[in-house]
Design a protein around this ligand. Structure first.
Ligand code: SF4
Ligand code: SF4
Length: 93
C-alpha cells in the first residue's frame, strides 16, 4: 500500500509517500536513523506489520521539516531515499 503523509496547500503538494509493502521484509529500518530531522518512525500497521511512517508532528509541517534536505539549488540526494534499500520512499516535491 502506498501511504501518503503530508498536505496540499496553495503552494503545492507536500507528501512523503511510503510503499509499505516494501517495509515488511526490512529488518533494520535504515531510513529512521538516516533522517536528520527525526521525521520517520516505525509503526505497526493494521496488518500487524512493522512499516515506516511519518510522525504525527511532522505530517502537519512536512515542507518545513524536510527543508534542510532540500535547498533551492544543488539539491543533494535525500538521505531517507538514499538509505532505503527497497526504494520504498518518494517525495511529491
Ligand atoms: S528503509 Fe525503506 S523499506 Fe526499510 S522501513 Fe524504511 S522505508 Fe521501509
Ligand atoms: S528529506 Fe530529509 S528531513 Fe525529510 S524525511 Fe528525508 S531525510 Fe528526513
Amino acid at each position: 500500500m502506498k501511504a501518503h503523509y503530508g498536505y496540499k496547500d496553495g503552494a503545492g503538494d507536500f507528501f512523503i509517500i511510503i510503499d509499505t509493502d516494501n517495509c515488511i521484509d526490512c529488518t533494520d529500518h535504515p531510513c529512521v536513523p538516516a533522517c536528520p530531522e527525526s521525521v520517520l518512525e516505525i509503526i505497526e500497521d493494521d496488518y500487524d506489520d512493522m512499516v515506516a511512517s511519518v510522525t504525527g508532528d511532522h505530517r502537519k509541517k512536512i515542507k518545513y521539516s524536510c527543508a534542510p534536505c532540500k535547498p533551492d539549488i544543488n539539491r543533494p540526494p535525500l538521505p531517507c531515499i538514499e538509505a532505503c534499500p527497497k526504494n520504498a520512499i518518494e517525495h511529491s516535491w
